[in-house]
Design a binder for this molecule. Sequence first.
Ligand code: BYC
Length: 488
Amino acid sequence: MPEMPDLTRKRLPQHAIDYSQRIPNNVDLANDRALQRALERWQPAFLNWWNETGPENTTNLQVYLRTAVSVDRDGWANFGYVRMPEYRWGIFLTPQDENRTIHFGDHKGEPAWQDVPGEYRSPLRRIIVTQGDTEPASVEQQRLLGATCPSLYDLRNLFQVNVEEGRHLWAMVYLLHRYFGRDGREEAEALLLRRSGDPNNPRILTAFNERTSHWLAYYMFTFFTDRDGKFQLAALAESAFDPLARTTKFMLTEEAHHMFIGESGVARVLQRTCEVMREHNLTDASQVRTQGVIDFETLQRFVNFHFSVTLDLFGSEVSSNAASYYTTGLKGRYTEANIKDDHSLASDFYGVPEAANGEIVNRQVPALRALNTRLRDDYTREIQAGLDRWNRIPEKFGIPNRLRLPHVGFHRKIGSFAGSYISPDGRVLSQEDWERQGAAWLPSDSDHAFVNSLMGRVVEPGKFANWIAPPARGINNLPIEFDYVRFG
Ligand code: BYC
């Protein structure tokens, strides 16, 4: 039975990670005994957390997973069967560039920091903790999904995401232990104690306390919320604190597959819905539902929910935190290095939408304070492109329905729209109007009950649940009917 990862039969890349160590790593842990001991003390607590809140009933499974055996191009995606309880989480940073300089903010032009400057300790720790907190939260949110997987292919993809989110937690915990002393160790412990949705000890950011109770919510989450992960990680990959930049860069390589699962997952749902609508010549949502597939109206309500909840993750549109993260060099803009401006933004302005006197207006604010909005706008452009790709599916079938993004002010709990009532098409409503209409724009209990009624475990290789089409191709160029998960 192959061990994890299978290092015996493959030619290993030049900088292969040594999996015989208790904590596989490429940060020379063996030469920092105090750090190694501290992380080895955290490791059993992590494993307890994983067993308690990670994917349920996986003890007897072998899963065809991707594991990094080096951070190089030829080593980060090594595929093979892994017995789930034997999965090994490691610490991987992209290699250090000795000449890297800071390219934005007040420290522009200075060498990147290899240690944490005392004056930035607290905000930097806060950013790392916030990032770290989302990773275990998403694992907790997805814990029960395996029981209702629509196929072996999807089940394998779920576990791939779960183990990688676990590794992303390790990435942040390494930084906390290595650079933040006792405070960092305490934060690392607290990361294992908070729980998604626990009213007494919730996860930090709102979206990570929502439930992911079925596979439609999961695909929407990996499309909308994992893409926030991409943009936040990309902004942190610009950080003057080099170890944070290096670790987030490596995390980003894995993030692409998570977003692919979301985008292709919803596309496959749409494909199946369109096939059934065409076949039976249906237009009415309730008739579509009787065929056991998900109607456009329900999908639209899920788009409305997941987009709005994810926009909250960008923080307030106008934020002095964001301004100071930028000027101090802790967090840059998306693709900072490619932007042609002075990278200090001291005299620039940026348009921020808000509700004022019953309408939506665009207010020019100092660009530094609008950085959350700017990142959100970058994100929204990519999301819109994803929706455009989804909409080609009904177009191809000659079906007139389309999915649309709601207005950025719709259903917001954080930032300048919190407390306003905005319709999906961007009208400012009274509270009374919202109370009358708002529920119709978001998934209802009965929508969830309907979607849940479709969920059932499909684990025969090559078979798919009725409500979702098979993917275009399998994992790692393998056939769709490959045995991606083995039981027993
Ligand atoms: N929920 O100036 P403000 C991922 C707090 S996803 C609750 O508005 P700021 C992943 C904020 O903490 C990416 N609280 O915002 C995806 C602050 O609290 P304090 C995760 C919120 O600070 C899928 C106060 O409101 N990474 O990786 O400019 C699966 C005022 O703050 C929320 C990061 O987020 C909220 N939604 O920006 C797995 C990157 N929003 O200080 C993983 C690190 C704001 O007053 N985090 N608050 O107590 C950050 O850069 C920033 O913390 C934020 C907020 C962008 C989140």
